[in-house]
Design a protein around this ligand. Structure first.
Ligand code: ADP
Ligand code: MG
Length: 333
């Protein structure tokens, strides 16, 4: 699955639609998830992660740009031609309570995609459902129960089983482990790794939990105000963040021990996506902002150790990657 220069603007609905500007949720993002690859997508709430995830599995059509899957541009495929490709692209959400039908048994919920996409007998569907429940760590006796009889963690396992039953090539996990207890989270992360190794599944792992991303992703993309500001191998991004925003995220994450800055919240707030500033999206919060950042959007530039960063400091100022961070940044967060 490959996204190329994807833009999403939400046009206002209703009474004031002519007087209100659209929300520019995603602004020119290119990102791919390969076979057996797990890509982490991080960034503060509202930066466009879920919107991008929904575009990736064609739950949403982008305003412009292309989404390729299995050699086809799927962003504008009519539903009839999208249908055979749907099983290959699945998404798991944070709140499985809203995505599971409360009036359906868990067994039926998990097997439902089979009914829609494959011709199987009821007995075969049930057998596959059992197999899936087992895979995600639930038991056969759970098949005939209803979602409300389960804990949040168990419901999340059910939602995962439902997403996996069609053996997708790419799964977008949108905060899928954010509301579950630590041991469930660890089991789910271990399962994702297994599915990658054994079945070659690819994952776009969206999370504000950087520890989970670090654990599960081989590559990370950092989003800010609708744009990807940094990408790279997980180890490099965490050890030597090249973008001041990535640095701010890492040092403000709960439990962050790097440079003793754990527990702090990021300084300031991102600007409105209705009216993003010209130039670098991070300019209003960046402790190292330069004149140029106010007018010119920095182009993605390769970083030592892998990946790319969109920051003028990379070409104009002191290089951040692989070096100790400047005092201003260390003190800033
Ligand atoms: N259906 C929608 N209609 C209008 N605005 C939306 C819609 N979905 C998301 N947005 C807006 O788009 C921006 C990005 O949202 P989202 O993709 O949910 O961010 P994230 O998942 O990173 O928190 C936010 O400003 C959000 O309010
Ligand atoms: Mg979201």
């Amino acid at each position: 699955m490959t996204l190329d220069d994807v833009h999403v603007a939400f046009s206002p609905q209703g009474l004031f639609r002519r007087r209100t500007a659209p929300v520019r949720a995603v602004r020119g993002v290119s990102l791919g998830v390969g076979e057996a690859e797990s890509v982490g997508l991080v960034g503060e709430s509202g930066c466009g992660k879920s919107t991008l995830g929904r575009v990736a599995v064609r739950l949403l059509s982008p305003t412009s740009g292309t989404v390729s899957f299995q050699g086809q541009a799927i962003q504008a495929l009519p539903e009839r031609r999208m249908r055979p490709l749907r099983p290959g692209l699945q998404m798991v959400f944070q709140d499985p309570y809203s995505s599971l039908d409360p009036s359906m048994t868990v067994g039926d919920s998990v097997a439902e995609p089979l009914r829609v996409h494959e011709r199987l007998s009821g007995a075969e569907r049930r057998a596959r459902g059992r197999e899936m429940l087992h895979l995600v760590g639930l038991e056969e006796r759970h098949l005939d129960r209803y979602p409300h009889e389960f804990s949040g963690g168990q419901r999340q396992r059910v939602a995962l089983a439902r997403a996996l039953i069609l053996n997708p090539q790419v799964v977008v996990c949108d905060e899928a482990t954010s509301a579950v207890d630590v041991s469930t989270q660890n089991q789910i992360l271990a399962l994702l790794r297994e599915l990658r190794h054994d079945r070659g599944m690819g994952f776009l792992f969206i999370s504000h939990n950087l520890a989970a991303v670090r654990h599960v992703a081989q590559r990370v993309a950092v989003m800010y105000l609708g744009k990807v500001v940094e990408t790279g191998p997980t180890a490099r991004v965490f050890a030597a963040p090249a973008h001041p925003y990535t640095h701010m995220l890492l040092t403000s994450a709960p439990g962050a021990s790097r440079r003793g800055a754990g527990g702090a919240t990021p300084v300031g707030e991102p600007p409105s996506p209705v009216n993003p500033p010209a130039g670098c999206p991070f300019q209003t919060r960046c402790p190292m902002v330069m004149e140029r950042c106010r007018v010119e959007m920095p182009a993605p530039t390769p970083v030592d150790g892998g990946g790319e960063v969109a920051c003028h400091l990379q070409t104009d100022g002191p290089h951040l990657a692989g070096r100790p961070l400047p005092e201003t940044l260390r003190a800033g967060v």
